[in-house]
Design a protein around this ligand. Sequence first.
Ligand SMILES: NC(=O)C1=CN([C@@H]2O[C@H](COP(=O)(O)OP(=O)(O)OC[C@H]3O[C@@H](n4cnc5c(N)ncnc54)[C@H](O)[C@@H]3O)[C@@H](O)[C@H]2O)[C@@H](O)CC1
Ligand SMILES: Nc1ncnc2c1ncn2[C@@H]1O[C@H](COP(=O)(O)OP(=O)(O)O)[C@@H](O)[C@H]1O
Ligand SMILES: [K+]
Length: 515
Amino acid sequence: MRSAYSVDTVRNAERELMARLPEGALMQRAAAGLAAACADVLGRVYGSRVVLLVGSGDNGGDALYAGARLARRGAGVTAVLLAPERTHAAGLAALRRAGGRVVRAGRGAGDGRAAAGDQGGVAGRASGGGRPGGEGRAGGGGGDVDVEGLVERADLVVDGIVGIGGKDGLRPEAVPLAAAAGRSRGAVVAVDLPSGVDPGTGEVRGVAVRADLTVTFGTHKPGLLIDPAREYAGSVRLVDIGLELPAEPELEALQHADVARLLPVPRAESDKYRRGVVGIAAGSARYPGAAVLAVSGALRGGAGAVRYVGPAGDAVIARFPETLVSDRGPKHAGRVQAWVVGPGAGDDAATVGEVLAADVPVLVDADGLRLADAEAVRSRRAPTLLTPHAGEAAALLGVERREVEEGRLAAVRELAARYGATVLLKGSTTLVADSGGGAVRVNATGTSWLATAGSGDVLSGLAGSLLAAGLSAVDAGSVGAYVHGLAGRLAADGAPVGAHDVAAAIPEAWRNVLA
Ligand SMILES: NC(=O)C1=CN([C@@H]2O[C@H](COP(=O)(O)OP(=O)(O)OC[C@H]3O[C@@H](n4cnc5c(N)ncnc54)[C@H](O)[C@@H]3O)[C@@H](O)[C@H]2O)[C@@H](O)CC1
Ligand SMILES: Nc1ncnc2c1ncn2[C@@H]1O[C@H](COP(=O)(O)OP(=O)(O)O)[C@@H](O)[C@H]1O
Ligand SMILES: [K+]
């Protein structure tokens, strides 16, 4: 399981650990891990050109110390200071001692100019620990330096502008540097988080640094796992700095081994009923395909049998003859261990109501979300799993879609609390939240090729099948999203696919997880 902790939790853990360690020890651990990652990215450190973007906090301190380590190994290191008077003084001194060069970022946002700094080696100008603000003009004088050009021509850009202390997007003076990093021919390594993203929520307001690699310390932060910020982080490397964290994280992401433990596997004593029967109440005269796709997911989801009720029985049977089709309503269709209701349901509110009245786990998707009576959902005793995409979630919350897309974590939590249900918010990073609070599951196995009509129907069938097989709503949702995402990847393999291709790839994804 990969986990992420909130900024407050990280700060508390850091404080406790720092109290037990010699001053600066924690930052040295971080810097050592960062420098090692940078060296891996560079391949050859000696002779390489490294530019550090240094903000006013400890994030900049990490970058400076890591830069000092690289300078000692023969890299040409230049630190660009965004706030020379408030730069981490001891880190700056360490860089200078190692022969690093220091320049200051242009004062006028966007002018990209900087006054040249002294050429390094002036030990002790900013001596002592902490941040005394005694650096004065970090770039001691002489000539103009084209800072943006430096960044663009670097072999490696280290983004130490801001880390967990960041909020409200990048400040204007940092924006031209982030843009130059985006144009750089070299790799961009972000320190702890890509600067400009919200560490705790994954929101990105305005410009943020786009990294190839993010080296994060102690634990993942929510912003590294949730889009849109996740996309800015590139690949993420976790450096252990010895933090002791509470048992329950803010976010958790299942890994192959976790999913393998949760996937239902039939045993010798299993029969089709013991494996669980999933009922699919989906499709309409107008949207028979949604029924077929939901059934296609359900048949590959671990239940022993799939019952279909609704007006698309002929289409379902034609494609999947193994389906148990009924033209009576859900109440009279025979026993099931879980229901899926809503894909392609049109305006059939009666069926949604009937399913919600059943005393078994129910997954509500698509049209079903619009048709479900909120009070009927809240008063259910058996588990309920709602699976909206951002647009459906926005409609349920009565907000703009953009608001959900930008603040996915808050939206999924709010929905789960309001409906007293488990909620799976679909998207490039799918989130699953339980009504009782606790860690939110995040899934990132998907691919943007999954943004194709009907792929959500496949997911609802698949997750419903896992519910019928006995998984809890949180497990069914998160395992379903994991396998569905992987199936999407395997099916697409870099090319467009249809939802039925995704369903057909579920067995391969399942085998991949169990291998
Ligand atoms: N506290 C610790 O023990 C450790 C902290 N570490 C590093 O320290 C970082 C946190 O340091 P800080 O608490 O000093 O905070 P940061 O360095 O993340 O940011 C705070 C500084 O950035 C400026 N700032 C805030 N928002 C900004 C924005 N939007 N644009 C530009 N500048 C902005 C603020 O003026 C403030 O001076 C972590 O992310 C990590 O990199 C690591 O060294 C590991 C140990
Ligand atoms: N950009 C993306 N990256 C990864 N997965 C995505 C992306 N966009 C959508 N998906 C996934 O594709 C599926 C689409 O579901 P949905 O929006 O309900 O489509 P439909 O209603 O057409 O079936 C969901 O599982 C969602 O998580
Ligand atoms: K950063």
